[in-house]
Design a binder for this molecule. Structure first.
Ligand SMILES: Nc1ncnc2c1ncn2[C@@H]1O[C@H](COP(=O)(O)OP(=O)(O)O)[C@@H](O)[C@H]1O
Ligand SMILES: CC(C)(COP(=O)(O)O)[C@@H](O)C(=O)O
Length: 260
């Protein structure tokens, strides 16, 4: 049974494209992600860590590929917290389905199918392109670029925010677009992540998305001399320049999604 793995990813700043089918942004993949095992079946079912669940973009991508399967997902990032778990689940499912059904798709076909399923479900705009390639990945308007990075990042997740509820809210998205466009104009891949996190936090603050618990964690990091921002879109704070201030740690990984 084919199994594929896609890294989780964190978006620091984004701005939706005018057509609503994609985004500009600055994101990075992390060492933790989502694995998918795909077994042909008469009807599509999805299990997450052994439990049956509904997963719209995962079901959607199989439908668009014209297949049905029993999908078994294992996640080592929290779902709905801004680690792009929906994109990683959808991309790993598409990669494993291509192998399970011998579809003979190109890598671009697989990534595009996963992207379209994410957009249709309202669960993502750019995550799968980031997870396809791995590393620090950005598109500030001139196409997607990447850089190998392995920076250590601390984080804490205090809850989920359904991405659909943000992407589907015109008032939030207007603020995201204005603030995101301003922040992206200041992006320089050669500046340290700590400087970028300051710009990203200004963006996050302007979107109105940070909750009280996000603000409290960001304050904790700043008081310890580090830089922090919020993962788009989840109740997750990421920090650099601190040691042991937030509860969890991970690293940026330069590796993109692959069959296992
Ligand atoms: N156990 C679960 N907990 C949370 N979401 C789940 C679960 N199982 C499936 N889902 C689906 O996962 C998707 C989460 O999407 P999203 O909020 O974009 O998450 P992320 O920020 O991790 O990408 C939704 O489509 C939701 O229906
Ligand atoms: C920010 C977001 C629209 C959603 O991210 P997530 O909550 O991780 O699914 C992302 O997909 C992007 O386009 O950059």
């Amino acid at each position: 049974m084919p199994t594929a793995y896609a890294p989780g990813s964190v978006t620091t700043v984004f701005a939706p494209r005018d057509d609503g089918e994609g985004s500009f942004g600055v994101s990075f993949t992390v060492e933790d992600g989502v694995g998918a095992t795909v077994e042909p079946a008469d009807e599509t079912t999805v299990r997450l860590d052994g439990e049956p669940t509904e997963f719209e973009p995962v079901e959607g991508v199989l439908g668009s590929l014209g297949v049905s399967a029993a999908v078994s997902l294992s996640a080592d990032v929290p779902i709905g917290c801004g680690f792009g778990a929906s994109g990683a689940a959808t991309l790993s499912t598409a990669l494993a389905a291509d192998a399970a059904f011998d579809l003979g798709l190109t890598r671009d076909d697989v990534v595009e199918a996963a992207h379209r399923a994410e957009v249709a479900a309202g669960t993502g705009l750019g995550d799968v392109f980031v997870q396809d390639r791995g590393g620090l990945v950005w598109n500030t308007g001139d196409g997607r670029e990447r850089m190998d990075r392995t920076d250590r990042v601390e984080y804490v997740s205090t809850g989920g925010i359904a991405t659909e509820s943000v992407l589907g809210d015109p008032a939030s998205m207007r603020k995201v677009k204005t603030a995101g466009t301003d922040a992206l104009a200041a992006f320089d891949p050669d500046t340290p992540l700590s400087r970028w996190f300051e710009t990203a936090w200004t963006f996050a603050d302007r979107t109105g998305l940070p909750t009280a618990s996000v603000r409290a964690s960001v304050d904790r990091v700043r008081e310890a001399g580090g830089a922090a921002t919020m993962a788009m879109v989840g109740e997750t704070v990421l920090a650099v320049g601190v040691d042991g201030v937030l509860e969890r740690e991970t690293r940026i990984t330069p590796d993109g999604a692959s069959l296992r």
